[in-house]
Design a protein around this ligand. Structure first.
Ligand SMILES: Nc1ncnc2c1ncn2[C@@H]1O[C@H](COP(=O)(O)OP(=O)(O)OP(=O)(O)O)[C@@H](O)[C@H]1O
Length: 309
């Protein structure tokens, strides 16, 4: 299924800034995930690259200056409401009312999306369960942690069972554990729910970890759009940052057959397979160290994009 397709899409704001410049890109779930639906697409680019402008045009909230766009086969410039009925959107910033419960809010937004009252209530409970907020759903949002608020924003984007989910910097403000939990959730939504997810982020390490496909923008132009596995080579490397005692971590990993090298407080480990993550987490836990960072080398994708430009 073609999820999003654009042809020479351009957007020039009043004042002359060209936020999108002749952008032609196709996001097809068959290419992204190898299935009829689903998969996770990363939309990456520096600040000002045009990511937010792109999302607003996809949602039919902003008209392009020229060019064409289809979202799930619909034209958002004429059928914005139909598009938004099939698309879920998680905005970047905190915009939640503090004095109502998650259950009330998500039910209400489900009703605004056109669901009947009983269905909206049911779907709200279901989506809050999916995002791990079932127990706390009747508590006021004002008392939630940042991670819980991000989950409410994700639940409201899912309540009307969309075919496409747009997430704008969903790990903003989260600590490492919250970030991992959010990324796992996003991955599961793309893999198990049959929903294609487009995730906007400037954190290339995160994007590499969970995305099947990348669309890279630079100055409003398309830098590259491709499957992540087609872009990356066998040179995968994980970077670990611990609070102290990186030497002990290197030593323990080495005794367990993991080829680790130290550079100050960071430790680099070749990413052999997904089990490498577990070996690192086990070693960090066995040494009772605090893990500050566990990421694929961040500038690797940037290098690839630089090569492609
Ligand atoms: N309403 C507006 N009026 C004029 N210029 C705008 C407007 N919105 C965005 N721009 C400009 O368009 C360009 C692209 O902005 P956009 O917000 O789409 O980029 P972005 O990739 O989402 O960046 P960020 O990561 O900082 O949100 C920037 O130069 C920005 O200053």
């Amino acid at each position: 299924m073609t999820v999003i397709a654009t042809q020479s899409l351009s957007k020039q704001y009043d004042g002359g800034v060209r936020a999108l410049d002749n952008l032609s890109v196709t996001i097809d779930s068959a290419v992204v995930s190898g299935a009829e639906a689903g998969g996770v697409v990363g939309l990456v680019g520096a600040n000002g690259a045009g990511k937010s402008t792109f999302l607003k045009i996809v949602l039919g909230l902003l008209p392009p200056s020229s060019g064409g766009i289809q979202v799930l086969g619909l034209d958002p410039t004429v059928d914005g409401e139909l598009v938004r009925a099939r698309v879920g959107y998680m905005p970047e910033y905190d915009c939640l009312p503090p004095d109502i419960s998650a259950s009330e809010l998500v039910t209400h937004l489900g009703r605004i999306s056109g669901l009947p009252k009983a269905t909206a209530r049911e779907r709200a409970s279901e989506t809050l369960r999916h995002v791990g907020l079932y127990e706390e759903r009747y508590r006021q949002i004002g008392g939630y942690s940042t991670g819980m608020k991000q989950r409410v924003k994700l639940a409201q984007a899912l309540v009307h069972d969309p075919d496409l989910l747009l997430l704008d910097e969903p790990t903003n403000g989260l600590d490492p554990a919250g970030r991992d939990a959010m990324l796992d959730l996003v991955r599961r939504i793309g893999a198990e729910f049959g929903i294609t997810v487009v995730i906007c982020s400037h954190l290339l390490g995160e994007i590499e970890r969970i995305c099947d496909y990348l669309v890279a923008l630079d100055g409003g132009k398309l830098l590259r759009a491709d499957r992540v596995d087609a872009m990356t080579t066998g040179q995968d490397e994980l970077v670990i940052e611990v609070d102290s005692n990186a030497e002990a971590l290197v030593e323990l990993l080495s005794t367990r057959g993991v080829d680790a090298t130290q550079d100050g407080r960071t430790v680099a480990v070749p990413l052999v397979d997904p089990g490498t993550y577990d070996q690192i987490l086990d070693a960090v836990a066995d040494l009772h160290l605090a893990l500050h960072r566990l990421d694929q080398r961040r500038h690797r994708v940037a290098e690839l994009f630089a090569r492609a430009s």
